[in-house]
Design a protein around this ligand. Structure first.
Ligand code: HEC
Ligand code: HEC
Ligand code: HEC
Ligand code: HEC
Ligand code: HEC
Ligand code: HEC
Ligand code: HEC
Ligand code: HEC
Ligand code: HEC
Ligand code: HEC
Length: 312
């Protein structure tokens, strides 16, 4: 009798104990430690944090613990503290998959960065997460917490682009007059409607979905009475390279006429108009060097308000 009872009681006890040990996991109350306690073991990180834009979450004094200070990113840290610094008991970024980093940071930044476009940006799809470019604790830039000066961050992975910006004709990015982000949005950009739709390359649209180029070259924006369809339809990249090249005026080809003849040569039309594009008239003698620099006469090549053939 007693024996049976004992066993039964024992079972009850075992079951109860099991339930009790599950309890903290099942409906775990996160154990917050607060930011102050971190100081004793991570003094450098804590002291620098006062200058961090994320200190705002502490200074505000109104945020819930999961959005305040250290633990807003590293999660509840009481267990980590109790264990005197067990890395497995805290959200350590050195252990996280890129996807986890993204999710973590986007809890607060999804709105401003464009929730949808950052999730399907080329960088996110290639598992390049926030901390590949940003450094929360060892930033080298006063703005935007970048791990290095912007172009150097980009060149970590896009070394070939540095060479393009070292060509004889280039936008002066390496000289510090422009930044990659003048044309690209490293967080991804919504698909634009202009010429580069098929290959948006994360280029940041200027006003009203225009090419980023028009932000600075607004004299090319038009509208013109006589538009060059090549500019309006195919966009700037129909004739220019964006980074740098050995060709003057950042043109795609070394000689202007070869560029123009790509379209104005009747290709596919056996000497007649192809796709409605007018042929270079036969008054234009290509053997005569005078005709080779088409833009000496067609000077308003981006569009004209005076002449249908862009002569003035
Ligand atoms: C905005 C998110 C965020 C906040 C807030 C934050 N950290 Fe970090 N922490 C990171 C990231 C990301 C890393 C990975 C390395 C990096 O990017 O600098 C990191 C790394 C660390 C490391 C590893 C050592 C190092 O320097 O890389 C320690 C320790 C640390 N954080 C402690 C803290 C403490 C203490 C606080 C509060 C004073 C804090 N963190 C606040 C995101 C954050
Ligand atoms: C008693 C000392 C101690 C306290 C207090 C402490 N830590 Fe740590 N922490 C450590 C040690 C030691 C490590 C390194 C563990 C390792 O490398 O395995 C560590 C590692 C970390 C890491 C992981 C860094 C990485 O490698 O990615 C983070 C994040 C971190 N601590 C955050 C905090 C935060 C936030 C607090 C305050 C809430 C805090 N720590 C309080 C001792 C401490
Ligand atoms: C490929 C590099 C790269 C990645 C990946 C990246 N960023 Fe950025 N981020 C930048 C650069 C460069 C700037 C500065 C842009 C400027 O100066 O105009 C910036 C600016 C910011 C800014 C401040 C300006 C703004 O646009 O609001 C925030 C906030 C930010 N990033 C958060 C994040 C978060 C969160 C992630 C991950 C979800 C992330 N970034 C991923 C490169 C990156
Ligand atoms: C708890 C919410 C929260 C989390 C999580 C968070 N941030 Fe922030 N972040 C902020 C706030 C608030 C600011 C300050 C914004 C301001 O100054 O208006 C900020 C500022 C920044 C800035 C600087 C913006 C600038 O204009 O200079 C960058 C970069 C940034 N966060 C990146 C990150 C990254 C990367 C992560 C993940 C490791 C992250 N944040 C996680 C709330 C958060
Ligand atoms: C940690 C490595 C890394 C860093 C840092 C980095 N990138 Fe990238 N970037 C990549 C990878 C990987 C791809 C995808 C390549 C591919 O799909 O061919 C990519 C793609 C791109 C593309 C092409 C997008 C497309 O749709 O084809 C652009 C533009 C770009 N990055 C710009 C930048 C800029 C600007 C910076 C600096 C703010 C930067 N990257 C920093 C790794 C990086
Ligand atoms: C003047 C505007 C501009 C600037 C500045 C600029 N880019 Fe680009 N970039 C573009 C355009 C436009 C494309 C698309 C080219 C194409 O599809 O032919 C592009 C394409 C790219 C690509 C994809 C190339 C490929 O062929 O896959 C990468 C990577 C890239 N840029 C990185 C950078 C980096 C890194 C910087 C800064 C060091 C930078 N860009 C600065 C306009 C710019
Ligand atoms: C942030 C402003 C800015 C943006 C965006 C920009 N440019 Fe420029 N661009 C300049 C400046 C400034 C110059 C003057 C040359 C210099 O800096 O050496 C220039 C020069 C040029 C030149 C003439 C080069 C020469 O030899 O005279 C061409 C062509 C050009 N840009 C095309 C473009 C195209 C195409 C785009 C878009 C892919 C673009 N730009 C985006 C600022 C910009
Ligand atoms: C049909 C080909 C073509 C297209 C498309 C085109 N350009 Fe040009 N662009 C040229 C040629 C050719 C020159 C050289 C003109 C010269 O040497 O007089 C030039 C010169 C330039 C210059 C330097 C001289 C100047 O006029 O300021 C800039 C800047 C420029 N283009 C920007 C752009 C921008 C921005 C776009 C897109 C809106 C664009 N281009 C589209 C052919 C084109
Ligand atoms: C990407 C294709 C393309 C390129 C490159 C191009 N064009 Fe055009 N061009 C067109 C199209 C399309 C039209 C409008 C259809 C037409 O009228 O021929 C046009 C129209 C013209 C016209 C007006 C014809 C008329 O009487 O209405 C002239 C002149 C012209 N282009 C000259 C040039 C010159 C010079 C170059 C080289 C600097 C050039 N184009 C480069 C596609 C192009
Ligand atoms: C010496 C000045 C001059 C040069 C150089 C020149 N053109 Fe013209 N182009 C004209 C004049 C004038 C017209 C209008 C009269 C005509 O049809 O001959 C014209 C007309 C055109 C037309 C429109 C034809 C039509 O049917 O309306 C096209 C297309 C054209 N040129 C393309 C080019 C190309 C491509 C080059 C360079 C290979 C070039 N032009 C070089 C003066 C020039």
């Amino acid at each position: 009798m007693l024996g049976t009872h004992g066993i039964a009681a024992g079972r009850v006890f075992v079951l109860f104990a099991a339930a009790a040990s599950l309890l903290p996991l099942a409906c775990a109350e996160p154990q917050w430690a607060g930011g102050q306690v971190c100081r004793s073991c991570h003094p450098g990180v804590v002291v620098d944090f006062y200058r961090n834009p994320h200190y705002k979450t502490v200074a505000a004094g109104v945020e819930p613990p999961e959005r305040t200070g250290c633990e807003s990113c590293h999660g509840p840290a009481a267990e980590h503290v109790a264990a005197k610094g067990d890395k497995s008991r805290i959200r350590a970024f050195s252990e996280m998959q890129p996807k986890q980093v993204l999710d973590n940071c986007l809890r607060c930044h999804a709105e401003s960065l464009g929730r949808a476009s950052i999730r399907r940006s080329s960088h996110s799809l290639a598992s390049i997460a926030c901390n590949s470019c940003h450094s929360i604790h060892k930033s080298r830039t006063p703005k935007a917490l970048l791990a290095k000066e912007q172009r150097e961050v980009c060149y970590l992975c896009h070394g070939n682009v540095r060479a393009q910006f070292s060509q004889p004709f280039k936008h002066r990015v390496n000289e510090g007059f422009m930044k990659c982000s003048d044309c690209h949005n490293p967080h991804g950009a919504a698909a634009p409607v202009w010429g580069m739709g098929a290959r948006p390359r994360m280029t940041a649209a200027a006003l009203a979905n225009e090419e980023p180029c028009l932000k600075c070259h607004n004299d090319k924006r038009g509208p013109f009475v006589y538009e060059h369809a090549a500019v309006r339809v195919d966009g700037c990249l129909g004739c220019h390279v964006p980074h740098g090249t050995a060709n003057a005026r950042l043109l795609k080809r070394p000689a202007v006429f070869t560029l123009c003849l790509e379209c104005h040569n009747g290709a596919g039309g056996f000497g007649r108009q192809a796709n409605g594009v007018k042929l270079t008239p036969n008054t234009h003698n290509m053997a005569d060097p005078r005709f080779r620099n088409c833009v000496t006469c067609h000077a308003r090549i981006h569009g004209s308000n005076a002449d249908t053939r862009f002569l003035r």
